[in-house]
Ligand binder design. Structure first.
Ligand SMILES: [Zn+2]
Length: 427
């Protein structure tokens, strides 16, 4: 399908690293890719009226645990170790059917709030992948290695099957997920590394999230967590490190030299009281790709990436006592950098970028008064997911508020009732 977005009030995009704002332009899309933008005409295209709207790149939630919306609001006031044990007590009882309900709820929430792609760590990834395909959103997923929960051989087999099934999918990408160095042993880490090399897949891992993790790593291995991963050959340009709240400057050097990518999850870190400081400024100055994620909907508890962009800037300013981290940094992290992690040319509205985009209501009260000079600022600090009117992924309209809103709410109502039936026995 070919589309023309006609007469967009504003187009907000990144040209390389630089912000670019266009007024009153058309966007041409063919075969899932943006082919022209500007004062262009097109005939034979399906028309989308873009007047009264801001077109911007779709948002990437670069770290989440999609099915965990089933545990939203279940246990909100504990620090990470206690919280994890409580989550695991329910997760041991989950069936693929329940996981599917949680994933569907999250995917609906994500697409309604402008997320066009997500990176997921959870059991039964094929369940979530099928729902992602049904709704037309991009996802990178794989079963997590976690010795405390499941045998590593079983995870490897599951990942190999997942890989075979989805390696040629245009929307689904496999990944090697490792929960953390405190839930897997050395043999499993090495097994995961070999799989990543054999199948040419990225590795995604929670690391340096709490002080306890650091103390334990020093006690057991004599080194800090990122150093430990590096000793095992796991810090490479295919590695995605999540959290990094407690990380030394020499570990940052290892990350930068290897070309590893990092993901900041500010809200979840604050809510779980993991404290520390994600050194965003230092990482960016070293040229490291920084992306943003909400973490799971049981620890955030929202999947709204607009909120997450704002939270990232605020937490960084709070930690550094200065304003060096700006709206543009959060916007890059949530768009173009997220797509770098996916290995897709996206996060941009430019010739050759995938047509993963969002139309925001330019008349939303939250965004007024609106001008080119405050557009980015208003989007990062004031917009929220409810300002999203249309979402396109891979050149296909996957959400249009005027068409889909009430049907999706009906579906959400049914899912919510089923999830409450399930969770009753744990309350
Ligand atoms: Zn996580």
């Amino acid at each position: 399908m070919s589309y023309i977005l006609r007469n967009c009030d504003f187009v907000l995009t990144l040209s390389g690293e630089d912000l670019r704002i266009l007024r009153n332009v058309n966007v041409l899309i063919e075969n899932g890719v943006i082919v022209e933008i500007g004062d262009v005409k097109g005939s034979g295209y399906e028309e989308i009226d873009c007047s009264g709207h801001i077109a911007m790149p779709g948002l990437v939630n670069a770290h989440t645990h999609t099915p965990m919306s089933l545990l939203r609001g279940f246990f909100d006031d504990a620090e990470l170790p206690t919280w994890l044990n409580k989550m695991w007590s329910v997760e041991r009882e989950l069936t693929p059917d329940i996981i599917a309900l949680g994933s569907e709820l999250s995917i609906i929430e994500m697409i309604m709030s402008g997320t066009t792609a997500f990176i997921d760590m959870y059991y039964h990834p094929e369940v979530t992948a099928e729902i992602a395909l049904k709704y037309g959103v991009r996802a990178m997923l794989g079963p997590p290695f976690m010795d405390t929960y499941v045998n590593a051989v079983q995870v490897e087999n599951e990942l190999r099957n997942f890989y075979v099934k989805y390696v040629h999918s245009s929307l689904i990408k496999p990944i090697v997920n490792i929960h953390s160095i405190y839930t897997v042993g050395k043999d499993t880490l090495l097994r995961a590394k070999e799989l990543s090399e054999a199948l040419n897949l990225p590795i995604h891992i929670h690391i340096s999230e709490t002080r306890d993790e650091i103390y334990e790593s020093k006690k057991r291995y004599g080194v800090f967590p990122v150093e430990y991963l590096n000793m095992l050959g796991i810090v490479t340009n295919k590695t995605q490190l999540v959290h990094l709240g407690w990380v030394t400057n020499w570990e940052l050097g290892l990350i930068s030299r290897a070309g590893a990518k990092v993901i900041h999850a500010p809200t979840s870190n604050m809510k779980l009281a993991t404290a520390g400081h994600f050194p965003m400024k230092e990482l960016m100055s070293m040229g490291v790709t920084v992306a943003l994620g909400t973490d799971g909907p049981a620890s955030n508890n929202s999947l709204d990436m607009f909120r997450e962009m704002k939270m990232a800037v605020l937490l960084q300013r709070h930690s550094y006592w200065d304003v060096g981290i700006k709206a543009i940094h959060a916007f890059r992290a949530a768009t173009i950098n997220g797509y770098k992690l996916l290995g897709v040319r996206g996060g941009c509205l430019d010739k050759g970028c995938v047509a993963d985009l969002v139309l925001l209501d330019a008349g939303s009260p939250r965004l007024q008064p609106l001008r080119s000079d405050n557009l980015l600022s208003n989007i990062v600090y004031s917009a929220d997911g409810s300002d999203v009117d249309l979402v396109m992924v891979n050149g296909k309209v996957i959400y249009e508020k005027s068409r889909d809103y009430y049907a999706l709410k009906e579906r959400v109502k049914i899912i919510s009732e089923d999830l409450n039936d399930f969770i009753q026995r744990f309350l």
